[in-house]
Design a protein around this ligand. Structure first.
Ligand code: M6R
Length: 611
């Protein structure tokens, strides 16, 4: 999604902003731009990469301070130079960057056109710029008030930053539905859509909430509501460092993040999985566990990979704690005529903590009185702040658009929650708990073993680099892993892939199988094993090219398969944590072979903050 960074202080604004925009690239974008102030308002914007923008800025010797910059992920209007931000209005006295969508832009635009405004492009943001201009030019209110009044007229979502020619040393910022934070430095301040572009300058931030505005200068900042009520904001310390958002010698963030998983799973369990005492301790759930266990309904809502983790959670909660769970796409849940109330619990899962549909699901459930728990990676994110309680995944910043370490951390949290609930409601005996906690504790080491030698996976990737389709099959806990494997391949290599519960294959997808179809089979050792063997036989009989992911004990599946990727033996309920690793690597190597942009796949955004 779009990214914003702004700077006011003693450094070169254009340098801080171009560097910041590079750090925001991971969010996904198709054009970029910058505006700075000296005597003039300097605006440079281009379709394409931040690197190209940086070159232009250097060539044109863009100077000045303050400055604002933007990476645009097109929603309204195609990606081109004109639609790129910043937008200036007709008189070029101010420049505006915007994340989000102004939903009533069409009505506003028609009205402004009647009043004589001429538009260059097709974006909703340009309409907002003209609206501010119209209000400011036709009244005697100051610029800040004009922005305020314009925002009161718009419907939709925004995170904005504005600089004005006649208000040097000042950035105006406002937020509704699109995250924005202020970075506090020593006689310098920043504004950004997330912490990545400012982390090397400061760890101190203030999060703007919806319908809040700020005036940010080099020496300070003032925050008020849209209706002018002054606010005192809490200053937060960021829980990330620069190293975490750099590649650290890896060719891609995705590979770095896949490789980190032994550590991130261990970090996620640290201080929470107490093997010696045979127990789980999740401080974030203190005081809410009873309500969770005794809820009339437990619903998990999430999107994409987080939704897949939620599906694994359903199996875990039901098998280990005997607590029935419904898993919903957040984007569907929010529009259902849900019968949700204070007797229910909604668990939202989100790496970024900013996904618009997940946030809307959370708000809907809260409004109806349900307790809402969060499983989030980004501390300080909107979802983390708005949930009643929850558990952080502590995976560190995930920069690659394809989610990897966030998934395994989410599944780790869900496993710990299931164990905690199962213990609390008497469904897990002492012995079983001991066995499961010991095994869970071993997972980081087993993940490390898989990552030690990936050459076999690379070879398989080379053989199937140009396959046009893939099928992924799994059962029980590994059905969501099949979905996740297919999603990873689709999003970074653009190969069509589908995940299925293995037995469903007979109800349609089997028609696709011939000697050209790679079929990835995730086998486990549980009660579904025999049935899985039959499914593999069915694929083989139709000459499908079977790539098995199976543990050392799975000789039958391994024998039937053309290729076998060994994973260490683990308890069935923990297989998703190990089985997903080869699938991440397979899609990574295939995407690299196909020369795809692994970390920033086309059309995708890291954090989907629009609906
Ligand atoms: O930040 P979130 O976990 O809420 O994001 C949800 C999805 O947008 C995300 O998992 C997406 O599907 C990833 N690109 C998958 O790799």
């Amino acid at each position: 999604m779009c990214g914003i960074v702004g700077y006011v202080g003693k450094r070169s604004a254009s340098e801080v902003i171009i560097k910041g925009l590079h750090r925001l690239e991971y969010r996904g974008y198709d054009s970029a731009g910058i505006a700075t102030l000296n005597d003039e308002l300097n605006v440079v914007k281009v379709k394409g990469k931040v690197g190209v923008l940086g070159e232009l800025v250097r060539k044109k010797k863009v100077k000045g301070n303050p400055g604002i910059g933007h990476t645009r992920w097109a929603t309204h209007g195609e990606p081109n130079d004109i639609n790129a931000h910043p937008h200036t209005g007709a008189f070029r006295r101010f420049a505006l960057v915007h994340n989000g969508i102004i939903e009533n832009y069409d009505v506003l635009r028609q009205d402004l056109e009647k009043k004589g405004h001429k538009f260059e492009g097709d974006t909703d943001t340009e309409v907002l710029a003209h609206l501010i201009e119209e209000i400011h030019e036709l009244s005697d209110i100051d610029f800040f008030q004009a922005v305020q009044q314009a925002l009161l007229q718009v419907e939709g979502t925004y995170g904005i930053a504005i600089i004005h020619k006649y208000h040097p040393d000042q950035i105006i910022a406002a937020r509704k539905g699109a995250p924005l934070l202020i970075g506090i430095g020593d006689n310098e301040h920043f504004v950004a859509s997330d912490a990545s572009p400012i982390i090397e300058y400061t760890q101190k931030v203030v999060y703007l909430e919806d319908e809040e505005m700020a005036v940010i200068t080099s020496s300070g900042y003032e925050v008020s509501t849209l209706k002018n009520v002054p606010l005192t904001k809490e200053v937060h310390e960021l829980a990330m460092n620069l190293e975490q958002i750099e590649k650290g010698g890896f060719p891609h963030f995705m590979l770095k993040e896949i490789s980190e998983q032994s550590d991130t799973i261990a970090d996620c369990m640290r201080g929470r999985l107490i093997v010696g005492e045979n127990r789980i301790q999740l401080g974030g759930l203190d005081g809410v566990l009873d309500r969770l266990i005794n809820a009339r309904r437990v619903i998990i809502a999430a999107c994409g990979t987080s939704w897949h983790a939620g599906l694994v959670g359903e199996y875990l909660f039901e098998y280990l704690a005997h607590i029935p769970v419904e898993v919903e796409y957040a984007s569907e849940f929010r529009y259902h005529e849900q019968l949700i109330d204070e007797r229910d619990v909604l668990i939202v899962i989100s790496q970024s903590g900013e996904t618009a549909d997940t946030l809307a699901a959370l708000r809907k459930a809260k409004k109806r009185g349900a307790m809402v728990l969060g499983i989030c990676n980004v501390v300080g994110s909107t979802i983390a702040r708005e949930t009643d309680a929850g558990v952080f995944t502590h995976a560190g910043p995930e920069i690659g658009v394809a989610s990897t370490k966030a998934f395994t951390a989410q599944v780790t949290v869900l496993t710990m929650m299931a164990l905690l609930m199962g213990r609390e409601n008497g469904m897990i005996s002492d012995d079983r708990m001991q066995e499961l906690t010991r095994e869970l504790n071993e997972i980081p080491k087993k993940v490390k073993d898989i990552l030690k030698d990936t050459s076999h996976i690379q070879e398989i990737a080379s053989l199937f680099t140009y396959a046009p389709n893939f099928l992924y099959l799994g059962r029980s806990y590994n059905f969501p892993v099949a979905l996740e494997g297919a999603l990873k391949l689709k999003e970074i290599s653009y190969i069509h892939a589908e995940g299925y519960p293995a037995a469903e294959m007979k109800h349609g997808p089997i028609a696709l199988i011939d000697e050209h179809m790679p079929v990835v089979v995730i086998a486990a050792t549980d009660h579904t094993n025999d049935k899985m063997i039959s499914n593999v036989e069915e694929v083989k009989a139709r000459k499908g090219r079977i790539i098995a992911i199976s543990s050392n004990g799975q000789s039958k599946v391994a024998r039937l398969a053309e290729f076998n990727i060994n994973i260490p033996e683990v308890h069935d309920c923990l297989t998703p944590l190990v089985a997903v690793i080869p699938l991440q690597l397979l899609s990574y190597f295939i995407a690299v072979n196909r020369k795809c942009n692994v970390d920033q796949p086309r059309n995708l955004a890291k954090s989907v903050t629009v609906e």
